[in-house]
Design a binder for this molecule. Structure first.
Ligand SMILES: Cc1cc2nc3c(=O)[nH]c(=O)nc-3n(C[C@H](O)[C@H](O)[C@H](O)COP(=O)(O)O)c2cc1C
Length: 193
């Protein structure tokens, strides 16, 4: 069964981010996937210590050693999933600090080993004024470099508190397409050594 992890980067209860993510996860569940939401606020990660810089020692083992129980819990959840949906409010034209901390820590999965190679990704954003495209682009760049593949219509973003019909359509479509893509990839790996 395809395992889908929805990573919620909003610190708020019943947030817009969470509503969008739920639509996506529900659609994935209806495709037969096993779905789970990971609320980063319940497992906040300590900031990355920059071990990778200038050929330093950065890997999963080291990151878990340098981090705390949340670090191992969250990184292992990611490794154990097939589809990763990253959902975040826009904070200053980028993802929330909760999610950015995770992206930084995910260097330990990417560096040398490309542990997430062949996983399928998706991106969900909630915002009020400006910056959704920048936040989404940032996430795309990092996640692609980490070996994730994206289905068509791989992101959606909603402006304001009310979720509009089109955003909802995209969130549902993302859930369906992400699961479908993972099935079609049939476990293929992409990193050339
Ligand atoms: C620290 C902070 C920075 C923010 N920066 C932006 C921003 O750059 N652009 C924007 O449109 N909204 C910004 N917002 C507003 C949130 O993106 C918006 O309220 C979002 O819909 C909240 O999502 P949530 O309900 O999922 O928490 C910011 C909010 C906070 C708390």
């Amino acid at each position: 069964m395809v395992k889908v992890l929805g990573i919620n980067g909003s610190p708020r209860e019943k947030s817009t981010t969470e509503q969008l993510l739920s639509l996506c996860l529900q659609a994935a569940k209806e495709q037969g996937a096993e779905v789970e939401e990971l609320r980063l606020i319940e497992h906040p990660l300590p900031t990355c210590q920059g071990c990778v810089s200038y050929y330093g020692n950065c890997n999963l083992e080291e990151c878990i050693k340098q981090g705390d129980e949340n670090t191992s819990y969250v990184l292992k959840k990611l490794i154990d999933s097939d589809v990763l949906i990253f959902a975040t409010p826009v904070y200053w034209f980028g993802p929330s600090g909760l999610l950015k901390n995770l992206i930084d820590r995910m260097t330990s999965l990417e560096h040398k080993q490309k542990i997430l190679d062949g996983r399928v990704g998706g991106i969900i954003c909630s915002y009020e004024e400006e910056g959704a495209a920048m936040a989404i682009s940032q996430l795309f760049l990092a996640l692609s470099d980490m070996g994730l593949l994206f289905p068509p219509y791989a992101y959606t973003y909603n402006r304001g508190k009310e979720i509009d019909e089109m955003t909802e359509h995209y969130a549902v479509q993302l859930g369906i397409n992400a699961v479908e893509l993972y099935k079609r990839l049939n476990g293929s790996k992409w990193w050339r050594r």
